[in-house]
Design a binder for this molecule. Sequence first.
Ligand code: AGP
Length: 369
Amino acid sequence: DEIDKCGYEHFMLKEIHEQPHTISDTFRGRISMDQSNLFLGGITDVLPRLVQARRIIIIACGTSWHAGLVGEYLFEEYARIPVEVEYASEFRYRNPVIYADDVIIAISQSGETADTLAAIKMAKESGALILGVCNVAGSSIARETDAGVYTHAGIEIGVASTKAFTSQVTVLMMMAFLLGKKRNLISQEAYEELIAGLTQIPDKIQEILSDEQYIKGIGETYKDATNALYLGRGNLYPVALEGALKLKEISYIHAEGYPAAEMKHGPIALIDENMPVFIIATKDKSYEKIVSNIQEVKARNGKVIAVVTKGDDVIVKMADHVIEVPECHEALAPLVTIIPLQIISYYIAVLRGCNVDQPRNLAKSVTVE
Ligand code: AGP
């Protein structure tokens, strides 16, 4: 047991630290030597159907569903294919409309989640192409799907998914960029910029991990919170959802993720001096808007913990705490911004004396309905 943890106190902490390597493992062998092209061997044969897809339907549960939401932004932005992201448990019982030229992508770390597996079996009757994005090779979902892309994150033991999430997001990024290129929607130059950006992500995550003690210190400040809000916009909204899920599942603090602009439609009523608000506010096209969201929280005395791009000199004057992450391409930002949120949830849970690797009431793989 101790050997497996490689000296870390918990598997979750080990798995958080593994991410620079697991993300490299996800893209290894799938990027050409000159970084000019992507190859996804598992879906090469079915690529023409994917390129022609009328619509992509992503089905998943929990953290994998959050990865799917990141995928929605990417597929629509780069490949201009409409995307629906569905909870497998809802999809399977809803009698959904599925066309034969739709492509379904089932995302699952374990490849054994009962609802996702049942949704795949139900969708088969439609004749749509069904792809899997699984971590466990040979798992039930990997076997039930027509083709797929393995995430290669290695075995994940902590019930709270960390490295599986970033590897799923990495696969979806590669799929979206590849589709965008095949559909002639992105130039070779833009394609190569995205690919090069992806290869730099592991070093950027390593840099964030070196700030672990600072991030832990912020966790100490908020370890006794009873509620927390997580806000993000665009492709960082799913990161807000995932940050909130990490906190609630291991520390038992009630947390909610919201698109930042939705705050004024309800959650703003909750904000007072006891409410920590985690805001993902890296430099992108929504930056000015997210700065306004921070002002709205501060005007109500909420505590702002902002994840910002390194060197940000605006938010640093407004927020109670800032966590800097290295600059990266906007499309790739989910991979770096989730890291400090994983770290902070981990330390808050440890400081509260929680069983981080095996939180109450949760199983690593939900094989029952
Ligand atoms: C993640 O932290 C959760 N424990 C959980 O939401 C999980 O992502 C979900 O059960 C889906 O599992 P899967 O990826 O193995 O299908």
